[in-house]
Design a protein around this ligand. Structure first.
Ligand code: ADP
Ligand code: MG
Length: 469
């Protein structure tokens, strides 16, 4: 049945779409006039629903008749035994609204807090996100030390000399992912161990509440029964003397009992101002490893892994373009992929070079504040070292003509001003002068590398990245 369907579908859509959206589908079975297929991800399913429902309907009509139905299931991560695949039914009349994937709600901080539990009879929540694993953490020069130390700790928690293990580095570089991966590994391999993940912020709030509610002892006892304590973003403890004191005692107790402590911070321990020295010196007992910005090859590998997980196919050259354009952090890269998928889905377009360019351009612009006429005039006068009055005059001197044309070009790019209003800022020139300026600069940008470079520098004044065409 499925191969007949594919034949029909193949006739209706282009090769690229077929390859991207139909080849990855795995047919499961047919029963009661219902065809079951398996798709690689939630996104994939939504895309099919959104864009190809008519083609699918037609194929089902032809093979199973008007009463034929299609049922999707979504491939769930390997090793994720807890969540069975979610099945979606599409009745023949109208497509159903998909059931949103279930996510465990974050409980409001332990409501009846920190009672000592009978560990044998009760499973304590670790607050780990099981999607963070070593398997989907891409290794690169940027994180090699942290990753291998993490793996060692995961395999032998509390036993290695990496206790505490401290991972530091700036935002979006995988600290949370890595320390949670360690936690998940321990939780899955040593089920008797109580692993607990907590952000320093949450720890602080719990501490404050414990004081308020007179449950400090229970709070401390609760933390002292942990076998592996993972505490994220410890920089948040800076300046919070009392919380640090409490953490210090818990830390000592756990460390002395051979329990594992794992921490992350957005800066190196020596730069953690506002942290008690005795705590800082404890941090140095174990291993401190940094994570850095991934290089080009690692960025490609991360993008590929992410796309693969979502079951999306994108041409290599587009991936390279993305890896080339976004070099800040991994979170940003993920953000771009998500918007790419959203744009693709909204515009019913494949993810190609064109879409990548426009999406990237929009994202960069969306994040920034508005570029105003005044900021353009300021940037141009200071960059070219010309007077404001010369720039705005009708002078035809070469030293002012070029900067003036650049300023007009930038206003056309960044503001919604009509050409006439742009002209108004330059001694009341008419709109044809502005058109001429914009055209001249556009041509120069394409033919003269120096002009392109100048333009890129000017964009930086506005915190924009110039995406070349
Ligand atoms: P941090 O805690 O350092 O701010 P996160 O751990 O939250 O950063 O990482 C941000 C996002 O980037 C997460 O979705 C994470 O899964 C992803 N990520 C970061 N580094 C990697 C990597 N090396 N391989 C795969 N995904 C990564
Ligand atoms: Mg984090």
């Amino acid at each position: 049945v499925w191969s007949k369907c594919l034949e029909i579908i193949h006739n209706d859509i282009n090769e690229q779409s077929f390859k991207t959206w139909f080849e990855p589908i795995i047919p499961l079975n047919v029963s009661n006039q219902t065809l079951s297929i398996q798709v690689p991800s939630q996104f994939f399913y939504e895309w099919l629903e959104e864009n190809y429902i008519h083609v699918l309907r037609k194929a089902i009509d032809y093979t199973l008749g008007k009463n034929g139905m299609l049922e999707y299931s979504i491939i769930v991560d390997k090793g994720d035994k807890k969540n069975p695949p979610i099945a979606y039914n599409i009745p023949n009349q109208k497509p159903t609204v998909p059931v949103p994937a279930q996510r465990k709600p974050e409980p409001t901080l332990y409501e009846s807090p920190f009672q000592l539990k009978d560990l044998d009879s009760l499973e304590l929540d670790s607050y780990l996100n099981e999607h963070y694993t070593f398997d989907n953490f891409v290794e690169g020069d940027c994180n090699r030390l942290g990753r291998s130390a993490g793996l060692a700790v995961a395999q032998r928690p509390g036993v290695t000399s990496f206790n505490p293990l401290m991972i530091y580095g700036s935002v979006g570089l995988g600290k949370t992912h890595l320390i949670q991966a360690i936690g998940n590994y321990i939780k899955n391999t040593q089920t008797n161990k109580f692993v607990l993940y907590v952000t320093s912020e949450k720890f602080c709030n719990q501490f404050i509440n414990a004081i308020k509610n007179n449950t400090l002892q229970a709070f401390t006892n609760f933390y002292m029964q942990v076998d592996c304590l993972i505490i994220d973003d410890v920089q948040f403890l800076a300046g919070k003397e009392k919380t640090q004191e409490s953490f210090f005692h818990i830390f000592n107790h756990l460390h002395q009992s051979g329990k594992q402590i794992i921490m992350s911070s957005d800066r190196a321990p020596r730069e953690l101002a506002g942290m008690q020295d005795r705590l800082l010196s404890r941090f140095k007992w174990g291993l401190t490893a940094d994570v850095q910005q991934p290089d080009f090859e690692t960025r490609i590998a991360i993008l590929q892994k992410k796309l693969q997980a979502d079951g999306i196919y994108i041409e290599d050259k587009v991936i390279e373009y993305l890896a080339h354009s976004i070099d800040t952090n991994v979170r940003e890269m993920e953000g771009v992929i998500v918007s790419l998928m959203a744009h693709a889905s909204l515009n019913r377009k494949e993810i190609d070079m064109d879409l990548a360019r426009t999406t990237l351009k929009n994202i960069v612009v969306d994040n920034e504040k508005e570029v105003t006429v005044d900021s353009i005039l300021d940037a141009v006068t200071s960059h070219f070292d010309v007077n404001m009055s010369d720039l705005k005059s009708k002078s035809r001197k070469k030293e002012t003509v070029f900067p003036r044309q650049i300023a007009m070009y930038l206003m056309k790019e960044f503001t919604n001003l009509p050409l006439k209003s742009i002209g108004y800022h330059f001694g009341g020139r008419d709109h044809s002068t502005v058109i001429h300026a914009v055209q001249t600069i556009s041509i120069m940008l394409e033919t003269d590398k120096e002009v392109e470079k100048t333009m890129q520098k000017l964009y930086k004044y506005f915190n924009r990245v110039r995406v070349k065409n």
